[in-house]
Write a protein that binds this ligand. Structure first.
Ligand code: MGD
Ligand code: MGD
Ligand code: MO
Length: 822
């Protein structure tokens, strides 16, 4: 059977009941004219366009990528693929890939050899080390490289150069996931498992538009909803997303009021005594404080703050309170907000006080966003130390120094690691003079782009950008390095439920492009980085030897990889860490026995004050949690930092659409995806549209104190008073190439320089905004998809989103029985 998956993004239903195995459905998309029997080989990998970890095989014909097919034997997707994966692989073969290094000469980027480019970088690094020391050097990386690459980068930066200015775009993405887990469990690490969907009777999604952003996991939920004894879905989102449409209860709070709402839900659970007192008593500290704090948040009081009815809050609380198996997921609607960590922690509290942890169907998924964000955190490329070692614990620093064979004093730990927003500030002020950007596009994805452009284009900054394309950021660089990507290099990565996948090289990269790992190792050798015995600091030479190095570093730590090998990851399913000699098949759920990694000597973090972000001292933590329990941390609601005013009466929120990934460097180059959502739009509620006198397709200007953006109007089911802009559209355009005036459509022209105090994650979800009509749309609809959260309220007026003939995807329910990569 085939399906137009642009029109039917979640494909054909395969219903199943609680506790049953999710049926197999293998999705396959091949280039036009290619049939499966013409494929030379299938090469094993997993998705690189979200955190779900869907396993797939790449089809290769004549040494070119010609398509993809889901892996039926994998625990994550049982063969299914989401739309970005079905079509997005085409970007690899795009004619405008970077194929050789570029260096800036007399203001212009010109072609250079690898020697020339690398020598420039090494020379500048050495000059800066001599003149200003390691603190003048910074690395800004990604959630899209492989574990081996992050581990090598972290070693070079922390162990070799000795700078603490190392962070990833994961700061914009999953910093709060990590922070919330550290607050509650004193350690990062996702407690839950995707198989919890198979067992749960209530699934609550907090600020997580899973239907569009982890579409295969959502397919799993849709199949449960279509089967016997379906779960009830709770959705907390100010927009009418596909999740909201499937929900038993949809709460659409005012953006930025999540803590108030969570406190009201907790208030109800406690007031009705839906609390598992035995669990709370045996496994947690801090319940009394929570009980006291949420007394001030009865539904009536919170209804005003959030702009939802007390009755709806009670209804949602009732569903949560009666759940027998509660699965909670959290993502950017909570994380990219001024009280991000405080809000996400309240979700942990909900599951804890209900005793819903570590059992089938009972889980917390503090979601990741990017495919390899988990590894950025684990491997120490985001300011954290490798393998969840604790910055504030000298014994952990010494242990890491032992693994790396360096002097402990070489590893900077005199102050907390610098977060990305602070790094940009140091560049602005001039104390950071070199920034090496790998696999991220901050000129589009960071907040307040006018400021970001001025920072990144400073003359005194030496900017290195390592990417596949000449992105908005690469255009500002002093040196551009062409990178190989997914499908062109080998490595491992870990999804949001700790499942580790191997991604194998299928084809050669274009031109002279090189794997990020090779570039980093080359840099370390050219710079002459040594361990304390004078041996090369980086002791590996390829992905597998790097993985072996990483395994040793993880030994005995929570994210223990020592039971894994490349060979073991070949052929079958991905495997969840910890995977050791004792648990060779991996670990489905953490904390199943109610014991935690929160012992003061072992834990990754002593936690922070949720209001100020100040780290707790070791003895403060030990006094609070002496015997390794989970920590229930209460939080007071605080108002958003930028609230609507007379000049800016609306609230702007931003986010994603199903068909695009971030700054569209890949999905914008896949015709089916680009055509499904070709241009920016702004979502407006029907009530606001009437008041502002705008109609579907009218061109509007959205202004905040930072800038203005023009977009066509989509009248959608969004909450009154709220506007939504997708952030995918920078000033690169698929048809026209680079548009200097394209800056006028990037959502981040409008967002603010501000962050959550605990996780330091920037605020992308609330800003005060103004909207005015620029011109009438003449009956032409906006480019917003109709299949998603941007669906129009008045269907019929807008042509439905459909794919062309090349969008057909083969679906084999029950499997293909074809070999594939083993
Ligand atoms: N299609 C697609 N999938 C992706 C990505 C992509 O770019 N495209 N990126 C991946 C990455 S890196 C990430 S981080 C994830 C992100 O995945 P999600 O977090 O699911 O996506 P977002 O659209 O950023 O935000 C989710 C929802 O938060 C809601 N929201 C806004 N403000 C608030 C608020 O104050 N409170 C609440 N409760 N909700 C609010 C928005 O309406 C939006 O629907 O997606 C991953 N998957
Ligand atoms: N307003 C607003 N802004 C946001 C968000 C939001 O919701 N609203 N979300 C934030 C979030 S959660 C995220 S994750 C960020 C994402 O923001 P970015 O990381 O800036 O977005 P991408 O477009 O994914 O950029 C990744 C870059 O890496 C390149 N690349 C891909 N693979 C490789 C590789 O193997 N090697 C190398 N060297 N390069 C590679 C791609 O071509 C691309 O240029 O945006 C953040 N910004
Ligand atoms: Mo993200």
């Amino acid at each position: 059977m085939t399906q137009d998956r642009i029109a039917e993004p979640w494909g054909t239903r395969t219903p199943y009941g609680p506790g049953e195995r999710w049926p197999v459905r293998v999705d396959m998309h091949l280039a036009e004219g290619v049939t499966p029997d013409q494929v030379d080989r299938w090469v094993q990998t997993a998705s690189i366009l979200h955190s779900n970890g869907d396993a797939l095989d790449i089809a290769v014909q004549d040494d070119r990528i010609v398509g993809v097919r889901g892996r039926e034997q994998d625990r994550i997707n049982h063969g299914r693929l989401g739309v970005k994966d079905l079509y997005g692989w085409q970007a690899n073969g795009s004619p405008d890939r970077l194929t050789h290094p570029l260096v800036r000469k007399r203001g212009k980027l010109v072609r250079a050899t690898w020697d020339e480019a690398m020598d420039r970088i090494v020379q500048r690094t050495q000059e800066l080390l001599e003149e200003q020391g390691p603190s003048s050097i910074s690395f800004y990386t990604s959630g899209q490289l492989f574990a081996e690459e992050y581990y090598t980068l972290g070693l070079i930066a922390h162990g070799g150069i000795g700078t603490s200015h190392v962070d990833g775009n994961t700061r914009l993405c999953t910093a709060t996931a990590a922070a919330a887990l550290k607050e509650t469990f004193a350690c990062d690490g996702q407690p839950g498992s995707y198989t919890d969907v198979d067992h749960a009777d209530v699934i609550a999604l907090f600020g997580n538009n899973m239907a569009e952003t982890q579409s295969v996991l959502w397919t799993r939920i849709l199949d449960r909803l279509a089967g016997p004894n379906p779960p009830q879905v709770i959705c907390v989102d100010p927009r009418q997303t596909p999740v909201a449409r499937a929900a038993a209860v949809h709460l659409a709070p005012r953006p930025g009021t999540n803590v108030a709402l969570m406190n009201a839900l907790l208030h109800e659970v406690i007031a009705n005594d839906w609390v598992d007192h035995d669990y709370v008593e045996a496994h947690t500290v801090g319940f009394a404080e929570l009980e006291k704090r949420v007394k001030n948040y009865p539904p009536e009081a919170v209804a005003d703050i959030c702009g939802i009815s007390a009755e709806d809050i009670r209804r949602a609380a009732g569903v949560l309170g009666h759940a027998e198996r509660l699965l909670s997921t959290v993502l950017q609607g909570f994380y990219q907000s001024h009280q991000a960590t405080a809000a996400a922690v309240q979700v942990n509290n909900l599951n804890l006080i209900r005793g819903m942890l570590g059992k089938p169907g009972c889980g917390i998924l503090q979601m990741n966003g990017q495919p390899t964000a988990e590894n950025t955190r684990e491997c120490g490329a985001d300011g954290d130390l490798p393998a969840f070692r604790n910055w504030s614990n000298d014994a952990h620093i010494e242990d890491l120094a032992r693994v790396w064979n360096v002097d402990p004093m070489q590893i900077p730990h005199y102050s907390p690691p610098t977060h990305a927003m602070q790094m940009m500030r140091y560049v602005e002020e001039g104390s950071i003079r070199m920034m090496w950007v790998t696999a991220t596009n901050p000129a589009v994805s960071m907040p307040e782009l006018r400021r970001m452009r001025s920072i990144l284009s400073q003359k005194r900054l030496f900017l290195v950008v390592q990417d596949l394309f000449l992105t908005e950021t690469a255009q500002l660089a002093d040196v551009v390095l062409p990178a190989a990507t997914w499908g062109e290099k080998t490595g491992t990565f870990t999804n949001a439920d700790r499942t580790v996948h191997l991604s194998e090289k299928a084809v050669d990269p274009p031109g002279e492009a090189r794997a990020d790992l090779d570039i980093l190792i080359d840099f370390a050798h050219r710079l002459g980085l040594k361990d304390q015995d004078g041996e090369p600091l980086v002791k590996w030479h390829d992905p597998e030897s790097a993985f072996e190095g990483w395994k040793e570093c993880s030994r005995g730590r929570p994210c223990d990889y020592t039971g894994l090998t490349y060979d073991k990851l070949r052929g079958g399913s991905g495997i969840q860490w910890p995977c050791t000699e004792d648990s060779p098949e991996g670990t489905e759920r953490l904390y199943a026995d109610g014991s935690f990694w929160s012992d003061p000597q072992y834990c990754e973090s002593y936690g922070r004050d949720l209001v100020t972000g100040a780290p707790l001292e070791p003895d403060e933590y030990t006094a609070m949690n002496p015997s390794a329990k989970a920590v229930i941390k209460a939080a007071e609601y605080l108002r958003p930092h930028e609230e609507p005013s007379a000049d800016f009466p609306l609230q702007l929120t931003t986010g994603r659409t199903l068909y695009h990934f971030h700054t569209r460097t890949k999905t914008g180059r896949a015709p089916e995806l680009q055509e499904a959502a070709p241009e920016v739009w702004v979502e407006v509620s029907a009530t606001d549209a009437a008041a502002l006198d705008v109609a579907e397709g009218d061109l509007a200007e959205i202004t905040t104190p930072r800038g203005a953006v023009q977009a066509r109007v989509r009248i959608s089911g969004i909450r009154e008073g709220v506007l939504f802009l997708p952030f995918h559209y920078g000033y690169w355009d698929t048809k026209k190439g680079h548009q200097p005036d394209g800056a006028g459509r990037a959502a981040n022209e409008l967002t603010l320089t501000d962050w959550d105090p605990a996780s330091k994650q920037p605020i992308f979800k609330t800003a005060a905004a103004h909207l005015r009509k620029v011109s009438v749309g003449d009956g032409v609809a906006s480019a917003a998809p109709t299949t998603t959260g941007s669906a129009p309220v008045s269907a019929g007026a807008v042509p439905p989103t459909r794919g062309g003939p090349t969008a057909q995807v083969a679906e084999s329910i029950g499997g293909t029985r074809q070999g594939g990569a083993r």
